[in-house]
Design a binder for this molecule. Structure first.
Ligand SMILES: [Zn+2]
Ligand SMILES: [Zn+2]
Ligand SMILES: [Zn+2]
Ligand SMILES: [Zn+2]
Length: 259
């Protein structure tokens, strides 16, 4: 190791050296070479099929460039999602990209909906495509449909500057009203939000309250309801006896950030 020094612009040089000779993107392992030693990224290698190296027209090989692959572990890669300014080591990027707020989200209202888009467009999509009214924090809500054995309701909730999905339904399995609040955003942040669900009856001071933690985007409502964990559970008979407003229910949700 004696006598070796680093120049200050080594990092910049390193990044240039890791550019794929074909697509000009910064390569990620595995990195293979042609017979002349040109490095090709895995994506281009697969796309080229049986074609030779586009730089020298010699055959591609399956020989990996382990030195280049090790260098990849030392540089910061930009997040692939447009609008995101994050630059991270490869080992941290996989975790970031599935949690990134600039990633492409699936429709949170209906699993069968083919819509995909940015977080900032979810509210508009829910209103225009599903007619889902966005429920703003702390306001009372009356169920849009009658509370019966076929009751099922999904609503977007905009609260504390974040987006949530509130889903509640009648469960045949155990004759209960079940409800849960799902946080739309980085998975690791879901547990930072608690909510209070309050059911009340007009002209009656009696209320029932539940406090819970928001579930993660990847959690399924049906699994959470099946486990009856992190969700609101109320006996159907109790609701019918004490909390019906005509044929509907009045409820309120307030979301808080845990400190
Ligand atoms: Zn390439
Ligand atoms: Zn070549
Ligand atoms: Zn990102
Ligand atoms: Zn949709």
């Amino acid at each position: 190791m004696a006598g070796a020094f680093c120049t200050s612009d080594l990092a910049e040089e390193l990044i240039k050296m890791l550019e794929c000779r074909v697509c000009r993107e910064i390569m990620k392992p595995p990195i293979v070479q042609c017979m002349s030693g040109h490095n090709i990224c895995n994506k281009c290698y697969l796309q080229l099929g049986f074609d030779p190296c586009p730089v020298c027209r010699l055959k591609k090989t399956e020989v990996r460039n382990l030195l280049a692959e090790k260098m990849c572990q030392k540089i910061l890669y930009p997040c692939k999602n447009s609008g995101c300014a994050e630059a991270l080591l490869l080992m941290d990027m996989v975790r970031h990209e599935v949690n990134c707020n600039f990633r492409i989200f699936d429709c949170p209202i209906n699993r069968l909906c083919l819509w995909k888009g940015m977080l900032s467009n979810i509210l508009r999509h829910a209103e225009t495509a599903h007619g889902t009214s966005v429920w703003h924090e702390d306001s009372s809500r009356t169920t849009a449909s009658d509370f019966s054995e076929s009751f099922l309701e999904t609503t977007l909730v905009s609260s504390v500057g974040e987006i949530f999905v509130w889903h509640c339904e009648y469960s045949f399995e155990n004759s209960k009203f079940l409800g849960a609040l799902k946080y739309i955003g980085p998975m690791e942040n879901a547990s930072k939000f608690t909510y209070v669900f309050k059911l009340s009856k007009d002209g009656n001071r009696q209320t029932v309250k539940f406090k819970n933690i928001a579930i993660k985007e990847t959690d399924s409502f049906s699994e959470v309801f099946h486990e009856m964990d992190s969700c609101v559970t109320l006996d159907y008979s109790t609701i019918v006896r004490r909390f019906m407003n005509g044929t509907r229910l009045n409820y309120q949700l307030s979301v808080k950030i845990c400190v």
